[in-house]
Design a protein around this ligand. Structure first.
Ligand SMILES: Cc1cc2nc3c(=O)[nH]c(=O)nc-3n(C[C@H](O)[C@H](O)[C@H](O)COP(=O)(O)OP(=O)(O)OC[C@H]3O[C@@H](n4cnc5c(N)ncnc54)[C@H](O)[C@@H]3O)c2cc1C
Length: 404
């Protein structure tokens, strides 16, 4: 599974006959995930929007993987014109089963949450965006016309919103653990007549397991590193049945586990010079928090109202502060985990280094221009160029990778 997008996340409408010039464009959104499409839809209420589609269609399957969001996110989606039933949401869930401080699960009351079918959300947002008369989908090469005309600046009239997910296309610097943990996810069909089970989380010696049930299928994610992620769905299920997390999977038939892919699940934070970054591009949360989608959709609404450079910097500061407190909360959780093995201690060290890197960033006043911003108008173009040449992260690469 690749960063939460599907084939259906790629616009299938006809391409415009020519790329718009920088002079006609004032609001450009990069990406076709939930943050990008929601931002385009909010902004289109006030003006024209160009959405830059991904270079390549994702090989994502259509498997209905489930993500949990609070009720306020559902309210925002309704305001955009999406009915919860279209996302497979029939009821709200009020409890969670968590085995963290001990191998035994605790049942906890929580804020009401909806477990939605993520591909259905992308279909619904895309259908709305494709129908909107003020939204134009443009091919990826159209970005060059905006970057050649100069980066986004106060007064230039053009705002580029980077919603490209963990790819963080226009970032100048990306902070992430050297060895991010990977989430391998499985879909297990379930009886739609049964009520929706609570979200379940169980700590394991080399990572953790989460289970999110939807109306029609259940997603099981195994997050961590090494052999716990290997093998077929049946192999993974049998290993879990033999572990302390048995309670979370014992009612799911091993033969029904269908692998729906793998994606990075650790915290990532990126710095940007001139673009406004939202969603996972700005700051991708650890999957343990189950908050990334909700927060990405909230970012989208803020970014749709960006009107000057102060707003842009305020959004960047907001994401930096959110990242810092998220890292602190994660570190606390990692230390409270009942089986503090070497892999967990290594992860704690990486989180600590990342937290220090983010904390060490100087706070910027809204009217203080970032240094790199002054340095070069070519930053935007060169960061795209750097991305094209970028190789996968090698073991031993420092915790922050400078892209500029
Ligand atoms: C295992 C796991 C479980 C999770 N569970 C939950 C949960 O229960 N609840 C929750 O709230 N969150 C959850 N999340 C987090 C949530 O999935 C993300 O926060 C959310 O997908 C972020 O949305 P986005 O639009 O910012 O990024 P994405 O969904 O990654 O979308 C980015 C888009 O940009 C496009 N793109 C990439 N490169 C380019 C390019 N060069 N040009 C143009 N477009 C490009 C991609 O194709 C994609 O369409 C989970 C994450 C993981 C890893």
């Amino acid at each position: 599974m690749n960063s939460a997008s599907s084939d259906h996340a790629v616009p299938r409408g006809p391409m415009p006959s020519c790329a718009p010039s920088a002079h006609t464009a004032d609001f450009v959104v990069i990406g076709a995930g939930p943050a990008a499409l929601a931002c385009a839809l909010w902004r289109a209420r006030h003006g024209r929007v160009f959405v830059v589609r991904p270079e390549k269609a994702s090989s994502q399957t259509d498997a209905a993987w489930i993500e949990a969001v609070p009720t306020r996110t559902i309210a925002e989606l309704v305001a955009l014109g999406i009915h919860p039933h279209d996302l497979g949401v029939r009821e709200f869930v009020h409890t969670r089963a968590i085995a963290w401080r001990s191998p035994e699960p605790e049942i906890m009351d929580t804020y009401p949450a909806a477990h939605l079918e993520r591909p259905a959300l992308e279909h619904a947002l895309l259908a709305l965006a494709e129908r909107h008369r003020r939204i134009d989908f443009v091919p990826h090469d159209a970005l060059a016309s905006w970057s050649q005309a100069g980066p986004t600046r106060a007064g230039s009239g053009t705002y580029i919103i980077d919603a490209s997910g963990r790819r963080a296309l226009t970032a100048t610097r990306v902070h992430r653990p050297r060895r991010p943990w990977i989430a391998r996810t499985f879909a297990v069909e379930c009886d739609p007549r049964r009520g929706v089970a609570p979200l379940m989380v169980a700590a394991l010696p080399n990572g953790y397991l989460y289970r999110a049930a939807g109306a029609r299928s259940t997603t099981v994610g195994v997050v961590g590193r090494g052999s716990m992620l290997a093998g077929s769905g049946r192999d993974v299920c049998l290993r879990l049945l033999d572990s302390t997390a048995r309670w979370a999977v014992v009612d799911l038939a091993a033969r029904a586990w269908r692998s729906i892919g793998s994606r990075p699940a650790s915290l990532q934070w990126a710095e940007f010079d001139n673009t406004v970054a939202i969603g996972d591009a700005a700051f991708a949360r650890d999957a343990l928090s189950s908050q990334g989608l909700a927060c990405s959709l909230a970012d989208a609404r803020y970014a749709a109202h960006v009107a000057n450079d102060h707003d842009r910097q305020a959004l960047a500061e907001r994401s930096r502060l959110a990242c810092e407190s998220h890292a602190a909360a994660l570190l606390r959780m990692a230390r409270e985990q009942w089986c503090n093995t070497g892999l967990w201690r290594y992860y704690q060290a990486e989180l600590g280094a990342l937290q220090a890197a983010v904390r060490g960033m100087p706070l910027r006043a809204a009217d203080e221009a970032p240094r790199r911003h002054e340095r070069s108008d070519l930053t935007f173009t060169s960061s795209i160029e750097a991305r094209r040449q970028r190789r996968p992260l090698e073991p031993g690469t420092p915790v922050s990778s400078d892209r500029a």
